[in-house]
Design a binder for this molecule. Structure first.
Ligand SMILES: Cc1cc2nc3c(=O)[nH]c(=O)nc-3n(C[C@H](O)[C@H](O)[C@H](O)COP(=O)(O)OP(=O)(O)OC[C@H]3O[C@@H](n4cnc5c(N)ncnc54)[C@H](O)[C@@H]3O)c2cc1C
Length: 405
Protein backbone atom coordinates (compact mmCIF):
# COMPACT_ATOMS: atom_id res chain seq x y z
CA UNK A 1 0.00 0.00 0.00
CA UNK A 2 1.28 3.44 -1.04
CA UNK A 3 0.46 6.44 1.19
CA UNK A 4 0.38 9.99 -0.20
CA UNK A 5 -1.24 13.32 0.57
CA UNK A 6 -2.88 13.70 -2.84
CA UNK A 7 -3.68 11.08 -5.49
CA UNK A 8 -4.49 12.50 -8.92
CA UNK A 9 -6.14 10.21 -11.45
CA UNK A 10 -5.37 11.28 -15.03
CA UNK A 11 -2.06 12.58 -16.39
CA UNK A 12 -3.59 14.91 -18.98
CA UNK A 13 -2.64 18.61 -19.03
CA UNK A 14 -4.72 19.37 -15.91
CA UNK A 15 -3.52 16.44 -13.78
CA UNK A 16 0.13 16.79 -14.81
CA UNK A 17 0.11 20.54 -14.06
CA UNK A 18 -1.53 20.10 -10.66
CA UNK A 19 0.95 17.33 -9.77
CA UNK A 20 3.82 19.66 -10.70
CA UNK A 21 2.60 22.46 -8.46
CA UNK A 22 1.79 20.22 -5.48
CA UNK A 23 5.04 18.25 -5.63
CA UNK A 24 7.07 21.46 -5.97
CA UNK A 25 5.39 22.75 -2.78
CA UNK A 26 6.44 19.69 -0.76
CA UNK A 27 3.15 17.77 -0.91
CA UNK A 28 3.48 14.05 -1.53
CA UNK A 29 1.62 13.41 -4.76
CA UNK A 30 0.82 10.33 -6.83
CA UNK A 31 -0.22 10.79 -10.47
CA UNK A 32 -1.89 7.86 -12.23
CA UNK A 33 -2.11 7.67 -16.02
CA UNK A 34 -3.56 4.68 -17.87
CA UNK A 35 -1.56 5.29 -21.07
CA UNK A 36 2.11 4.43 -21.35
CA UNK A 37 2.36 6.64 -24.42
CA UNK A 38 0.60 10.03 -24.31
CA UNK A 39 0.02 10.05 -28.07
CA UNK A 40 -2.54 7.25 -27.59
CA UNK A 41 -5.03 9.71 -26.09
CA UNK A 42 -6.65 12.28 -28.37
CA UNK A 43 -6.95 15.73 -26.85
CA UNK A 44 -7.12 19.38 -27.86
CA UNK A 45 -3.86 21.10 -28.71
CA UNK A 46 -4.82 24.75 -29.06
CA UNK A 47 -3.00 26.63 -26.32
CA UNK A 48 -4.51 30.07 -25.70
CA UNK A 49 -2.79 32.93 -23.85
CA UNK A 50 -5.01 31.96 -20.85
CA UNK A 51 -3.40 28.50 -20.77
CA UNK A 52 0.10 29.64 -21.61
CA UNK A 53 -0.10 32.08 -18.69
CA UNK A 54 -0.51 29.06 -16.38
CA UNK A 55 2.54 27.33 -17.85
CA UNK A 56 4.57 30.52 -17.42
CA UNK A 57 3.43 30.84 -13.80
CA UNK A 58 4.79 27.37 -13.01
CA UNK A 59 8.08 28.33 -14.66
CA UNK A 60 7.52 26.26 -17.78
CA UNK A 61 8.41 27.47 -21.25
CA UNK A 62 7.55 25.90 -24.55
CA UNK A 63 11.12 25.97 -25.91
CA UNK A 64 11.57 22.19 -26.01
CA UNK A 65 8.09 21.46 -27.29
CA UNK A 66 7.01 21.47 -30.95
CA UNK A 67 4.25 23.95 -31.68
CA UNK A 68 2.95 26.10 -34.50
CA UNK A 69 1.45 29.55 -34.23
CA UNK A 70 -1.92 30.20 -35.88
CA UNK A 71 -1.80 33.74 -37.23
CA UNK A 72 -5.06 34.16 -39.17
CA UNK A 73 -8.54 32.68 -39.35
CA UNK A 74 -10.70 32.80 -42.51
CA UNK A 75 -14.37 32.04 -42.90
CA UNK A 76 -15.60 30.53 -46.18
CA UNK A 77 -19.11 29.80 -47.44
CA UNK A 78 -19.80 28.11 -50.78
CA UNK A 79 -16.10 28.37 -51.57
CA UNK A 80 -16.05 32.17 -51.16
CA UNK A 81 -14.15 34.06 -48.48
CA UNK A 82 -16.76 35.70 -46.22
CA UNK A 83 -14.56 37.06 -43.46
CA UNK A 84 -10.93 37.40 -42.46
CA UNK A 85 -11.24 39.26 -39.15
CA UNK A 86 -8.32 41.07 -37.54
CA UNK A 87 -7.83 39.24 -34.25
CA UNK A 88 -5.31 40.82 -31.92
CA UNK A 89 -4.01 37.71 -30.14
CA UNK A 90 -3.55 35.89 -33.46
CA UNK A 91 -1.62 38.79 -34.93
CA UNK A 92 0.65 38.64 -31.88
CA UNK A 93 1.23 34.90 -32.48
CA UNK A 94 -0.33 33.97 -29.13
CA UNK A 95 -2.40 31.00 -30.32
CA UNK A 96 -0.13 27.97 -30.44
CA UNK A 97 -0.97 24.46 -31.60
CA UNK A 98 1.19 22.46 -29.22
CA UNK A 99 2.27 18.80 -29.35
CA UNK A 100 0.43 17.38 -26.34
CA UNK A 101 2.59 14.24 -25.97
CA UNK A 102 5.72 16.42 -25.80
CA UNK A 103 4.11 18.93 -23.42
CA UNK A 104 2.97 16.15 -21.09
CA UNK A 105 6.33 14.34 -21.15
CA UNK A 106 8.01 17.61 -20.21
CA UNK A 107 5.57 18.29 -17.38
CA UNK A 108 6.15 14.76 -16.02
CA UNK A 109 9.92 15.17 -16.30
CA UNK A 110 9.73 18.43 -14.30
CA UNK A 111 7.59 16.83 -11.58
CA UNK A 112 9.89 13.80 -11.42
CA UNK A 113 12.61 16.12 -10.16
CA UNK A 114 10.78 16.25 -6.80
CA UNK A 115 11.32 13.36 -4.33
CA UNK A 116 7.72 13.45 -3.16
CA UNK A 117 6.27 12.80 -6.63
CA UNK A 118 5.41 9.35 -7.90
CA UNK A 119 4.11 8.69 -11.40
CA UNK A 120 2.21 5.51 -12.20
CA UNK A 121 2.59 5.34 -15.97
CA UNK A 122 0.39 2.77 -17.69
CA UNK A 123 -1.71 2.17 -14.56
CA UNK A 124 -5.47 2.34 -14.81
CA UNK A 125 -7.49 3.51 -11.83
CA UNK A 126 -9.99 0.69 -11.31
CA UNK A 127 -11.93 1.69 -8.25
CA UNK A 128 -12.08 4.03 -5.31
CA UNK A 129 -11.18 2.98 -1.78
CA UNK A 130 -13.40 4.13 1.08
CA UNK A 131 -13.07 4.72 4.77
CA UNK A 132 -16.68 4.34 5.89
CA UNK A 133 -18.54 6.55 3.41
CA UNK A 134 -15.60 8.75 2.42
CA UNK A 135 -13.14 8.19 -0.43
CA UNK A 136 -9.62 7.83 0.95
CA UNK A 137 -7.76 6.13 -1.82
CA UNK A 138 -7.72 4.50 -5.22
CA UNK A 139 -7.01 1.03 -6.50
CA UNK A 140 -4.88 1.02 -9.64
CA UNK A 141 -3.60 -1.77 -11.87
CA UNK A 142 -1.22 -2.40 -14.72
CA UNK A 143 -1.85 -5.87 -16.10
CA UNK A 144 -1.90 -8.16 -13.07
CA UNK A 145 -0.02 -5.72 -10.88
CA UNK A 146 -2.34 -3.94 -8.46
CA UNK A 147 -1.48 -1.07 -6.14
CA UNK A 148 -3.66 0.50 -3.46
CA UNK A 149 -2.94 4.17 -2.93
CA UNK A 150 -4.19 5.69 0.28
CA UNK A 151 -4.58 9.48 0.05
CA UNK A 152 -5.97 12.37 2.08
CA UNK A 153 -7.35 13.78 -1.16
CA UNK A 154 -8.35 11.96 -4.36
CA UNK A 155 -8.77 14.10 -7.47
CA UNK A 156 -10.45 12.86 -10.63
CA UNK A 157 -8.63 14.68 -13.44
CA UNK A 158 -9.47 11.68 -15.62
CA UNK A 159 -11.13 13.34 -18.57
CA UNK A 160 -14.37 12.84 -20.46
CA UNK A 161 -14.68 9.13 -19.55
CA UNK A 162 -13.94 9.74 -15.87
CA UNK A 163 -14.01 6.64 -13.68
CA UNK A 164 -14.39 8.84 -10.57
CA UNK A 165 -17.46 10.56 -12.03
CA UNK A 166 -18.97 7.20 -12.95
CA UNK A 167 -18.26 5.36 -9.70
CA UNK A 168 -19.60 8.14 -7.50
CA UNK A 169 -22.63 8.68 -9.76
CA UNK A 170 -22.23 12.46 -9.99
CA UNK A 171 -25.33 14.24 -11.29
CA UNK A 172 -24.70 15.75 -14.75
CA UNK A 173 -26.08 18.69 -16.73
CA UNK A 174 -25.74 17.87 -20.41
CA UNK A 175 -25.87 20.09 -23.51
CA UNK A 176 -27.70 17.98 -26.08
CA UNK A 177 -27.23 17.83 -29.86
CA UNK A 178 -23.46 17.47 -29.78
CA UNK A 179 -22.23 16.41 -33.22
CA UNK A 180 -19.44 14.05 -34.26
CA UNK A 181 -16.11 15.17 -35.68
CA UNK A 182 -14.32 13.32 -38.44
CA UNK A 183 -10.62 14.08 -38.03
CA UNK A 184 -7.86 13.64 -40.57
CA UNK A 185 -4.53 15.26 -41.37
CA UNK A 186 -3.05 16.31 -44.69
CA UNK A 187 0.15 18.14 -45.62
CA UNK A 188 -0.20 21.90 -45.01
CA UNK A 189 -1.47 23.62 -48.21
CA UNK A 190 1.26 26.27 -48.50
CA UNK A 191 -0.06 27.71 -51.78
CA UNK A 192 -3.67 28.03 -50.63
CA UNK A 193 -2.86 29.26 -47.11
CA UNK A 194 0.48 31.12 -47.15
CA UNK A 195 2.01 31.59 -43.70
CA UNK A 196 0.10 29.89 -40.93
CA UNK A 197 -3.66 30.17 -41.33
CA UNK A 198 -6.70 28.33 -40.07
CA UNK A 199 -10.12 28.36 -41.71
CA UNK A 200 -13.78 27.50 -41.23
CA UNK A 201 -15.89 26.44 -44.17
CA UNK A 202 -19.67 26.35 -43.72
CA UNK A 203 -21.68 23.66 -45.53
CA UNK A 204 -25.33 22.87 -45.18
CA UNK A 205 -25.72 20.62 -42.11
CA UNK A 206 -21.99 20.41 -41.43
CA UNK A 207 -18.86 22.52 -41.35
CA UNK A 208 -15.14 22.13 -41.72
CA UNK A 209 -12.45 23.43 -39.38
CA UNK A 210 -8.82 23.33 -40.52
CA UNK A 211 -5.84 24.31 -38.39
CA UNK A 212 -2.09 24.34 -39.08
CA UNK A 213 -0.31 22.03 -36.64
CA UNK A 214 3.28 21.59 -35.49
CA UNK A 215 4.25 18.74 -37.85
CA UNK A 216 3.80 20.82 -41.05
CA UNK A 217 0.35 19.35 -41.42
CA UNK A 218 -3.18 20.72 -41.60
CA UNK A 219 -5.51 19.12 -39.05
CA UNK A 220 -8.97 18.95 -40.58
CA UNK A 221 -12.12 18.39 -38.53
CA UNK A 222 -15.39 17.85 -40.35
CA UNK A 223 -18.24 18.51 -37.89
CA UNK A 224 -21.13 16.27 -38.92
CA UNK A 225 -24.47 15.27 -37.37
CA UNK A 226 -24.11 12.63 -34.65
CA UNK A 227 -24.25 9.09 -36.00
CA UNK A 228 -23.86 10.06 -39.67
CA UNK A 229 -20.37 8.62 -40.18
CA UNK A 230 -21.65 5.06 -40.70
CA UNK A 231 -23.41 6.18 -43.90
CA UNK A 232 -20.34 8.11 -45.08
CA UNK A 233 -18.04 5.17 -44.46
CA UNK A 234 -20.29 2.90 -46.50
CA UNK A 235 -20.07 5.33 -49.42
CA UNK A 236 -16.27 5.29 -49.18
CA UNK A 237 -13.58 7.91 -48.65
CA UNK A 238 -13.52 9.13 -52.26
CA UNK A 239 -17.22 10.02 -52.12
CA UNK A 240 -17.08 12.07 -48.92
CA UNK A 241 -13.86 13.77 -49.97
CA UNK A 242 -15.65 14.65 -53.22
CA UNK A 243 -18.47 16.22 -51.18
CA UNK A 244 -16.04 18.32 -49.12
CA UNK A 245 -14.26 19.41 -52.31
CA UNK A 246 -17.48 20.58 -53.97
CA UNK A 247 -18.33 22.84 -51.03
CA UNK A 248 -14.80 24.14 -50.40
CA UNK A 249 -12.70 26.98 -51.83
CA UNK A 250 -11.00 25.92 -55.08
CA UNK A 251 -7.43 26.15 -53.73
CA UNK A 252 -8.31 23.78 -50.90
CA UNK A 253 -10.31 21.43 -53.16
CA UNK A 254 -7.33 21.09 -55.53
CA UNK A 255 -4.99 20.41 -52.63
CA UNK A 256 -7.35 17.79 -51.17
CA UNK A 257 -7.60 16.02 -54.54
CA UNK A 258 -3.80 15.93 -54.79
CA UNK A 259 -3.60 14.47 -51.27
CA UNK A 260 -6.19 11.84 -52.23
CA UNK A 261 -4.33 10.92 -55.45
CA UNK A 262 -1.00 10.67 -53.63
CA UNK A 263 -2.50 8.86 -50.61
CA UNK A 264 -1.42 11.64 -48.24
CA UNK A 265 -4.63 11.70 -46.17
CA UNK A 266 -4.10 10.18 -42.72
CA UNK A 267 -6.54 7.50 -41.54
CA UNK A 268 -9.68 9.40 -40.54
CA UNK A 269 -11.12 8.82 -37.10
CA UNK A 270 -14.45 9.78 -35.66
CA UNK A 271 -14.90 11.41 -32.28
CA UNK A 272 -18.13 12.14 -30.47
CA UNK A 273 -18.22 15.65 -29.05
CA UNK A 274 -19.50 16.01 -25.50
CA UNK A 275 -20.44 19.14 -23.59
CA UNK A 276 -21.59 18.74 -20.01
CA UNK A 277 -20.73 19.42 -16.38
CA UNK A 278 -21.44 17.81 -13.04
CA UNK A 279 -23.85 19.77 -10.87
CA UNK A 280 -21.51 19.66 -7.85
CA UNK A 281 -17.79 19.01 -8.30
CA UNK A 282 -17.09 17.03 -5.11
CA UNK A 283 -18.70 14.04 -3.51
CA UNK A 284 -17.74 11.82 -0.60
CA UNK A 285 -14.33 13.46 -0.30
CA UNK A 286 -13.33 13.18 -3.99
CA UNK A 287 -13.00 16.21 -6.26
CA UNK A 288 -13.49 16.33 -10.04
CA UNK A 289 -11.58 18.82 -12.19
CA UNK A 290 -10.95 19.49 -15.90
CA UNK A 291 -13.01 17.50 -18.40
CA UNK A 292 -14.04 15.06 -15.67
CA UNK A 293 -16.00 17.90 -14.02
CA UNK A 294 -16.97 19.79 -17.19
CA UNK A 295 -16.38 18.07 -20.50
CA UNK A 296 -15.54 20.61 -23.19
CA UNK A 297 -16.10 20.23 -26.91
CA UNK A 298 -13.69 21.51 -29.55
CA UNK A 299 -15.36 24.90 -30.11
CA UNK A 300 -13.02 27.82 -29.50
CA UNK A 301 -10.15 25.59 -28.31
CA UNK A 302 -10.95 26.01 -24.62
CA UNK A 303 -10.78 22.70 -22.71
CA UNK A 304 -7.02 22.35 -22.39
CA UNK A 305 -6.78 25.92 -21.12
CA UNK A 306 -9.65 25.57 -18.68
CA UNK A 307 -8.11 22.37 -17.27
CA UNK A 308 -4.78 24.17 -16.71
CA UNK A 309 -6.62 26.99 -14.93
CA UNK A 310 -8.54 24.53 -12.73
CA UNK A 311 -5.19 23.11 -11.63
CA UNK A 312 -3.91 26.50 -10.44
CA UNK A 313 -7.07 27.34 -8.46
CA UNK A 314 -7.06 23.87 -6.89
CA UNK A 315 -3.42 24.25 -5.84
CA UNK A 316 -4.10 27.71 -4.34
CA UNK A 317 -6.71 26.16 -2.02
CA UNK A 318 -5.09 22.80 -1.26
CA UNK A 319 -1.45 23.71 -0.62
CA UNK A 320 -2.05 25.77 2.57
CA UNK A 321 -4.35 23.03 3.92
CA UNK A 322 -2.14 20.05 3.12
CA UNK A 323 0.80 21.34 5.13
CA UNK A 324 -1.28 20.56 8.27
CA UNK A 325 -3.55 17.59 8.88
CA UNK A 326 -6.80 18.78 7.28
CA UNK A 327 -10.15 17.61 8.60
CA UNK A 328 -12.77 16.21 6.21
CA UNK A 329 -14.87 19.32 6.80
CA UNK A 330 -12.01 21.69 5.90
CA UNK A 331 -11.28 19.69 2.73
CA UNK A 332 -14.93 19.78 1.67
CA UNK A 333 -14.97 23.52 2.31
CA UNK A 334 -11.89 23.95 0.10
CA UNK A 335 -13.47 21.81 -2.67
CA UNK A 336 -16.58 24.00 -2.59
CA UNK A 337 -14.42 27.12 -2.77
CA UNK A 338 -12.54 25.75 -5.81
CA UNK A 339 -15.82 25.09 -7.61
CA UNK A 340 -17.17 28.54 -6.71
CA UNK A 341 -14.06 30.19 -8.13
CA UNK A 342 -14.14 28.22 -11.39
CA UNK A 343 -17.82 27.73 -12.20
CA UNK A 344 -18.51 31.16 -13.69
CA UNK A 345 -15.78 30.80 -16.36
CA UNK A 346 -16.79 27.21 -17.12
CA UNK A 347 -20.47 28.13 -17.45
CA UNK A 348 -19.76 31.06 -19.79
CA UNK A 349 -17.43 29.02 -22.00
CA UNK A 350 -19.90 26.15 -22.24
CA UNK A 351 -22.74 28.51 -23.21
CA UNK A 352 -20.58 29.80 -26.07
CA UNK A 353 -19.50 26.25 -27.01
CA UNK A 354 -23.10 25.09 -27.16
CA UNK A 355 -23.97 27.47 -30.05
CA UNK A 356 -21.99 26.38 -33.16
CA UNK A 357 -23.03 22.68 -32.96
CA UNK A 358 -26.65 23.84 -33.34
CA UNK A 359 -25.62 25.26 -36.70
CA UNK A 360 -25.50 21.81 -38.29
CA UNK A 361 -29.15 21.17 -37.51
CA UNK A 362 -30.10 24.09 -39.78
CA UNK A 363 -31.40 23.69 -43.33
CA UNK A 364 -29.53 25.18 -46.28
CA UNK A 365 -32.21 27.90 -46.40
CA UNK A 366 -31.50 28.93 -42.77
CA UNK A 367 -27.76 28.88 -43.39
CA UNK A 368 -28.29 31.24 -46.31
CA UNK A 369 -30.07 33.62 -43.94
CA UNK A 370 -27.37 33.36 -41.31
CA UNK A 371 -24.34 33.91 -43.52
CA UNK A 372 -25.19 37.59 -44.25
CA UNK A 373 -25.57 38.10 -40.48
CA UNK A 374 -22.12 36.62 -39.91
CA UNK A 375 -20.74 38.85 -42.67
CA UNK A 376 -22.33 41.83 -40.90
CA UNK A 377 -20.87 40.81 -37.52
CA UNK A 378 -17.39 40.54 -38.98
CA UNK A 379 -17.40 43.58 -41.28
CA UNK A 380 -19.12 46.42 -39.48
CA UNK A 381 -17.21 48.56 -37.08
CA UNK A 382 -19.88 48.95 -34.45
CA UNK A 383 -19.94 45.15 -33.99
CA UNK A 384 -16.19 45.14 -33.48
CA UNK A 385 -16.27 46.02 -29.77
CA UNK A 386 -18.76 43.25 -28.98
CA UNK A 387 -16.84 40.70 -31.02
CA UNK A 388 -13.52 41.71 -29.51
CA UNK A 389 -14.85 41.49 -25.95
CA UNK A 390 -15.88 37.86 -26.55
CA UNK A 391 -12.63 36.97 -28.29
CA UNK A 392 -10.65 38.60 -25.48
CA UNK A 393 -12.43 36.52 -22.85
CA UNK A 394 -12.12 33.30 -24.86
CA UNK A 395 -8.40 33.87 -25.37
CA UNK A 396 -7.36 35.43 -22.05
CA UNK A 397 -9.98 33.97 -19.72
CA UNK A 398 -13.24 35.14 -18.16
CA UNK A 399 -11.71 35.50 -14.73
CA UNK A 400 -8.28 36.13 -13.28
CA UNK A 401 -6.33 32.99 -12.42
CA UNK A 402 -3.06 33.55 -10.57
CA UNK A 403 -0.87 31.09 -8.73
CA UNK A 404 -0.80 32.46 -5.18
CA UNK A 405 1.16 29.85 -3.27
C1 LIG B 1 -12.34 16.87 -30.77
C2 LIG B 1 -11.81 17.72 -29.68
C3 LIG B 1 -10.93 18.76 -29.98
C4 LIG B 1 -10.50 19.60 -28.97
N1 LIG B 1 -9.70 20.64 -29.27
C5 LIG B 1 -9.29 21.46 -28.27
C6 LIG B 1 -8.37 22.54 -28.53
O1 LIG B 1 -7.95 22.76 -29.66
N2 LIG B 1 -7.97 23.30 -27.49
C7 LIG B 1 -8.40 23.05 -26.23
O2 LIG B 1 -8.04 23.81 -25.31
N3 LIG B 1 -9.20 22.01 -25.94
C8 LIG B 1 -9.66 21.21 -26.92
N4 LIG B 1 -10.45 20.15 -26.62
C9 LIG B 1 -10.76 19.82 -25.22
C10 LIG B 1 -9.53 19.24 -24.50
O3 LIG B 1 -8.97 18.15 -25.19
C11 LIG B 1 -9.87 18.82 -23.08
O4 LIG B 1 -10.75 19.75 -22.52
C12 LIG B 1 -8.61 18.73 -22.21
O5 LIG B 1 -7.73 17.76 -22.72
C13 LIG B 1 -9.00 18.37 -20.79
O6 LIG B 1 -7.86 18.15 -20.01
P1 LIG B 1 -7.92 17.19 -18.75
O7 LIG B 1 -6.54 17.17 -18.18
O8 LIG B 1 -9.04 17.57 -17.89
O9 LIG B 1 -8.33 15.77 -19.34
P2 LIG B 1 -7.68 14.88 -20.49
O10 LIG B 1 -6.78 15.64 -21.37
O11 LIG B 1 -8.79 14.13 -21.11
O12 LIG B 1 -6.78 13.87 -19.66
C14 LIG B 1 -7.35 12.87 -18.87
C15 LIG B 1 -6.32 11.77 -18.70
O13 LIG B 1 -6.85 10.81 -17.81
C16 LIG B 1 -6.44 9.53 -18.25
N5 LIG B 1 -7.38 8.56 -17.67
C17 LIG B 1 -8.70 8.44 -17.93
N6 LIG B 1 -9.23 7.46 -17.19
C18 LIG B 1 -8.23 6.95 -16.43
C19 LIG B 1 -8.17 5.93 -15.46
N7 LIG B 1 -9.23 5.21 -15.09
N8 LIG B 1 -6.97 5.67 -14.87
C20 LIG B 1 -5.86 6.40 -15.19
N9 LIG B 1 -5.88 7.37 -16.12
C21 LIG B 1 -7.06 7.67 -16.72
C22 LIG B 1 -6.51 9.62 -19.76
O14 LIG B 1 -5.70 8.66 -20.38
C23 LIG B 1 -6.03 11.04 -20.01
O15 LIG B 1 -4.64 11.11 -20.26
C24 LIG B 1 -10.91 19.33 -27.62
C25 LIG B 1 -11.73 18.26 -27.33
C26 LIG B 1 -12.21 17.45 -28.34
C27 LIG B 1 -13.14 16.33 -28.00
Amino acid sequence: MEKVDVAIIGGGPGGATLANILASRGISTALVERQKDFSKEFRGEGLMPSGNEVLEQIGFNLDDVDYRKVEEINLFYKGELEANPEIEFLKKGELRWVSQPQLLEKLIKNASGFDNFIFYRGYKAQDLIYNEDRVDGVLIASGNHEVSIKAKVVIGFDGRTSMVRRKLKFEVKEYKLQPDVLWFKIPYPKKFLPGSQAFFSLFPKSFLVAVPVYDEKLQVGWIIPAGSYGELRKKGQEKWIQYIKEKSPKGFADHLQKCLDEKLISDPFILKMTLDRVKKWNKKGALLLGDAAHTMNAVGGQGLNIALRDAVVCANHLVPLMSGNPSSASLDKAFDAIERERISEVRQVQEIQSRPPKFITLSEFSVQLIVPILRFVFRFNFMTALREATIKRMSRGFSEVKLKI
